[in-house]
Write a protein that binds this ligand. Structure first.
Ligand SMILES: NC(=O)c1ccc[n+]([C@@H]2O[C@H](COP(=O)([O-])OP(=O)(O)OC[C@H]3O[C@@H](n4cnc5c(N)ncnc54)[C@H](OP(=O)(O)O)[C@@H]3O)[C@@H](O)[C@H]2O)c1
Length: 322
C-alpha cells in the first residue's frame, strides 16, 4: 500500500512538473507577447529613429493603408506602392494633408514581371528607408477546391505566388542591405492566420502565407544581430475588400483597429497574430488539435470553410440571374 502511495505521489509530482514546465515554456511567452507586452508595456521601438522613410506595398486600401496612416502619424515620410495610380494619388493627398509628411507614389502591379522591382529600386534610390511593410497580397475570390479554382484560371496560380511571395522576397532584397549598413530597420511582412492553421479550399493562398512566416522567421535569426527586426504578422479576418466583410466586429476589426494593435507588438513578438482576439482564435485551434487530434481540428475547419463556399456560390448564382 505504502509503495503504491509513493508511486502515485511520484507520478503526480512528475505530471505537475511537466505541466509547470509547459506553462513556463509556452503559456508565459504567449501571455507576454499578446497581453503584457503590447497592452501593458507597449512597443519601445521608436519607428522614426529607424530612418526617415517607410515603404508600404498595397497601400491604397485595407490593412496597407492603415499601416501607411499610422506610420505617417509617427512622423515617417512614405512611399506608397499599389496598382491604381488614381487611388494612390488620392491616398497620398489625404495623408499629406492630415499628417504633413512627404509622400511619394509608385504604381506597379505586383503580379507583373521582375522589372517592376528595378523601377521601385530606381525611384526610391537614396531614400533613408527605416521601415518596410510587405503588405500586398491577393486571395481567392471564394474558397474553392484546387482543381476547380486553378483549372479554370491557370494565370491565377502565377499571380498569387508573384503578389504574395515574390513581392516579399524582392522588396526585402531592395531595402535590407541599406538597413544592414545602418544596423537598424524594421521589416513587417503581412502573412495570415491561414498560414498557421489548417486552411483547406484556400490552399495556395495559405501556402504562400506559410512561406511568409518561415521566410521571416529564418531571416530574423540571420539579421537579429545586425539590429534589424523582421516581423511576420498573421491577421485573422479584418474588415476589408479582400475579406468582403463590411461591418467591423470584435473578431473582424477595422483595419485601423487591427494595425494599431499590431504595431504595439513590434519589438515584442516576431511571429504574431497582431490582435488579441485573433491570437485567441489561433490558440483555440491549436488547443483543439492538441486535445482532440489534428484530424478532428482539420475536419471542423473544413466544415466551416465548405459552408462559406456554399454561401459564396449561392451569392454568385443570384448575381448571375440578375
Ligand atoms: N482582410 C483580411 O481579412 C486579411 C486576413 C489575413 C491576411 N490578410 C492579408 O493582408 C494583406 C492586405 O489585405 P487587405 O485585406 O488589406 O486587402 P485589400 O483591402 O484588398 O487591399 C489590397 C491593397 O493591395 C493593392 N493591390 C492588390 N493587388 C495588387 C497588385 N497586383 N499590385 C499592386 N497592388 C495591389 C490594392 O491596391 P489597388 O486597389 O490600387 O490595386 C490595395 O491597396 C494581404 O497580404 C492579405 O493577404 C488580410
Amino acid at each position: 500500500m505504502e509503495d503504491n502511495a509513493r508511486l502515485l505521489s511520484l507520478l503526480g509530482s512528475i505530471a505537475i512538473g511537466i505541466l509547470g514546465f509547459q506553462f513556463c515554456r509556452k503559456v508565459l511567452p504567449w501571455i507576454y507577447s499578446n497581453i503584457v507586452g503590447p497592452k501593458l508595456m507597449g512597443s519601445s521601438i521608436k519607428l522614426d529613429a529607424l530612418g526617415k522613410w517607410a515603404v508600404v506595398t498595397g497601400s491604397t486600401d485595407g490593412i496597407g493603408k492603415a499601416y501607411a496612416r499610422q506610420l505617417a502619424r509617427k512622423g515617417l515620410n512614405l512611399v506608397l506602392i499599389s496598382r491604381s495610380l488614381e487611388k494612390l494619388t488620392l491616398v497620398a493627398k489625404e495623408i499629406r494633408d492630415e499628417f504633413s509628411v512627404e509622400v511619394r507614389i509608385i504604381d506597379v502591379d505586383f503580379t507583373g514581371s521582375e522589372q517592376i522591382y528595378e523601377r521601385i529600386r530606381n525611384e526610391t534610390a537614396g531614400l533613408d528607408v527605416g521601415v518596410l511593410v510587405n503588405n500586398v497580397g491577393i486571395s481567392y475570390n471564394h474558397p474553392e477546391y484546387f482543381v476547380d479554382c486553378c483549372n479554370n484560371d491557370p494565370q491565377f496560380l502565377r499571380n498569387i505566388v508573384s503578389a504574395n511571395v515574390h513581392s516579399v522576397t524582392h522588396m526585402t532584397a531592395i531595402y535590407l542591405p541599406g538597413m544592414v549598413v545602418k544596423r537598424k530597420g524594421l521589416i513587417i511582412n503581412i502573412s495570415s492566420t491561414a498560414g498557421v492553421i489548417p486552411n483547406p479550399l484556400l490552399c495556395v493562398y495559405s501556402a504562400t502565407k506559410a512561406f511568409v512566416n518561415k521566410f521571416s522567421d529564418d531571416l530574423q535569426t540571420e539579421y537579429k544581430q545586425h539590429g534589424i527586426i523582421i516581423q511576420s504578422v498573421q491577421p485573422g479576418f479584418v474588415a476589408t475588400n479582400m475579406s468582403k466583410i463590411r461591418k467591423p466586429t470584435l473578431f473582424a476589426p477595422s483595419p485601423d483597429t487591427y494595425v494599431k494593435s499590431a504595431l504595439a507588438t513590434v519589438g515584442i513578438a516576431t511571429q504574431t497574430a497582431g490582435y488579441l482576439p485573433h491570437a485567441l482564435l489561433q490558440l483555440a485551434i491549436h488547443f483543439t488539435e492538441a486535445v482532440c487530434g489534428e484530424q478532428f481540428a482539420r475536419n471542423v475547419v473544413l466544415k466551416n470553410i465548405l459552408s462559406t463556399r456554399k454561401r459564396a456560390l449561392r451569392r454568385q448564382e443570384k448575381e448571375k440571374q440578375k
